[in-house]
Design a protein around this ligand. Structure first.
Ligand code: SAM
Length: 535
């Protein structure tokens, strides 16, 4: 498969492994409403934030939407639209090294995106999909690295969003669209699980009651659907006689869309329409109430999903000024994505949160459908995060009567789990380490928060995982501290269920039990921190 190369690539392809796992702190003072609503706003660089969230959300996110910097070369919005922000420069210098000085802005953009996309991939659930807003500045590069990271066969669609509704004269050919590239963890599962989109009133106008043009009842508004299909199927090639006695054969190259017995049944139910004079080729009567929705397509017009002016107007309405945030996405556009790709209770992740449109859209879809979604939003810029993202999410909650009792936790990134020498950091508590150990052992999030009351932290595919850990005796293997696997500790390890005979994996600071006894009992000992291997 063709792949894309750029300066600095070698330094970043495995960089996601080197990003430290950090603790996540919940800031109660900045959190809003019900902290257990399942929504998170995380302030921090998404590279570190994603890594920190992985042990809790890997494989659990149904829909990722991101709107990364487009790298258009526009320097006016320093964090947003170029890769020359101080943070990015420092990061590239550290990760790419001396070569970073020679990187073009396209190299830099790819270096920035690659490890982030690599981490995002780990969050997708089996039916999950990732939607990425992009324009022509980097869309070709994005598609190449997406093909490389996710797999070319995981590509679902490149939607064209009509962001502008009027012509502008600055360029030789006016730029009126952007793309939303979509990849799925498993495109077939995505297809089977995705939702249809609702008809707008405009689109449903074709469903009419000819006897009453003002009819609003969807059980009385209908349209005639052509009763032919492409190709030749012998049992769908019969003669049909209209009420006026006219004979109809399928048009050339086509057959009827159903076998004769089905047609006869529909005719007896009055579900066949023969045109005004009763003479026309038959069509099937379909009532508006029977239409589930439309299959999404790649053409996203501004009247259906909004345009950039609409997004700016939304910012003005919420903040009283348009300068609060320069590059918002219209809420309707993200609502459309959420509607297609998620259902009640699903997680939506946006790691370039900006003004918080994704969280706002998640609240809105939840309210419209009376089926809440949960979101995780990550924003690097501290000022934007508190003054814009958080405020907008508060607004979304206030604005909505239905969502009373909703809320979000405001989180920041804490210390790395491991210090510079690779030892577990003193600030790490039992639940934090348990979540991390479980994820590293299984690749899955811990099923429930481990409190430390029992060393059994969870089971996964027939394996029981144990953690012997005492935060006060970190780095010291001490039988008194209970962090060493002794014969006595081994005998007292609780089983997940009576008669459990699966493998048991025990993490601790030390072990005094001979290997042959461990293997006889199906127990594997792994030493902290050396044998904790994360992504
Ligand atoms: C184009 S804006 C997203 C706008 C968003 N779709 C909206 O509707 O408001 C990109 C955002 O990503 C943030 N960002 C850029 N790099 C980031 C990073 N490494 N980690 C987290 N956020 C980042 C920027 O501060 C900016 O707010």
């Amino acid at each position: 498969m063709p792949t894309l190369d750029w300066l600095g690539k070698k330094a970043v392809v495995n960089h996601h492994r080197e990003v430290p796992y950090r603790l996540i702190h919940c800031d109660k003072a900045k959190s809003v409403g019900d902290p257990d609503a399942g929504n998170l706003l995380v302030q921090g660089d998404n590279l570190e934030a994603l890594k920190a969230l992985l042990p809790y959300y890997a494989g659990k996110v149904k829909c990722i939407y991101i709107d990364p910097p487009y790298n258009t070369g526009n320097e006016s919005w320093v964090y947003n639209d170029n890769v020359n922000s101080p943070e990015m420069k420092a990061w590239l210098g550290k990760v790419v090294g001396k070569e970073a000085e020679d990187l073009s802005r396209h190299d830099k953009w790819l270096c920035m995106m690659y490890p982030r996309l690599r981490l995002l991939k780990e969050f997708l659930s089996e039916e999950g999909s990732i939607w990425i807003s992009i324009d022509d500045a980097e869309s070709h590069s994005l598609r190449m690295v997406m093909d490389e990271i996710f797999g070319r066969e995981k590509f679902i669609a490149s939607n064209v969003w009509q962001k502008r509704y009027s012509r502008e004269n600055r360029e030789a050919i006016g730029d009126a669209h952007e793309y939303i590239a979509v990849y799925g963890k498993d495109p077939l599962k995505f297809k089977n699980g995705r939702n249809l989109i609702d008809f707008t009133e405009e689109q449903s106008k074709v469903y009419r009651n000819p006897d009453n043009p003002k009819e609003t009842d969807p059980t009385k508004r209908w349209r005639g659907l052509p009763m032919t299909a492409q190709g030749f199927r012998p049992n769908q090639m019969y003669t049909i006689i209209s009420p006026t006695g006219k004979e109809h054969q399928p048009p050339e190259g086509r057959c009827w869309s159903m076998i004769e017995s089905e047609f006869v049944k529909l005719k007896s139910q009055g579900r066949i329409y023969w045109g005004k004079d009763g003479n026309a080729q038959p069509s099937v009567v379909r009532y508006l109430s029977e239409v589930e929705g439309m299959t999404p397509w790649t053409w996203w017009t501004h009247d259906e999903v909004g345009h950039t002016d609409e997004a700016k107007k939304e910012i003005r309405e919420i903040f009283g000024t348009q300068t609060a945030f320069d590059t918002p996405t219209p809420t309707r556009l993200i609502e459309r994505i959420i509607q297609i790709a998620t259902n009640e209770g699903d997680f939506i992740l946006d790691s370039f949160a900006g003004s918080g449109t994704t969280g706002h859209a998640a609240f809105r879809v939840g309210e419209i459908q009376k089926k809440r979604r949960k979101f995780i939003a990550i924003e690097m810029d501290g000022h934007i995060c508190t003054a814009v993202t958080k405020k907008r999410l508060e607004f979304a909650i206030r604005d909505s009567a239905e969502l009373v009792g909703s809320g979000f936790r405001y989180c920041t990134l804490g210390e790395p789990l491991f210090d510079a020498d690779g030892n577990v950091n003193a600030a790490v508590s039992f639940p934090d380490l348990a979540a991390h150990v479980f994820f590293c052992e299984t690749g899955s999030p811990i099923p429930r928060r481990a409190t430390g009351e029992t060393p059994l932290i969870g089971t996964f595919q027939g394996r029981a995982i144990y953690l012997l850990h005492n935060a006060d005796a970190m780095g010291v293997a001490s039988t008194n501290a209970g962090n060493v696997l002794t014969g006595g500790v081994l005998d007292s390890l609780p089983l997940p269920e009576p008669g459990f005979s699966g493998a048991r994996i025990v993490y601790g600071e030390g072990c005094t039990v001979p290997d042959d006894r461990l293997s006889r009992l199906g127990v594997t000992f792994k030493q902290i921190p050396y044998q904790i291997e994360g992504l």
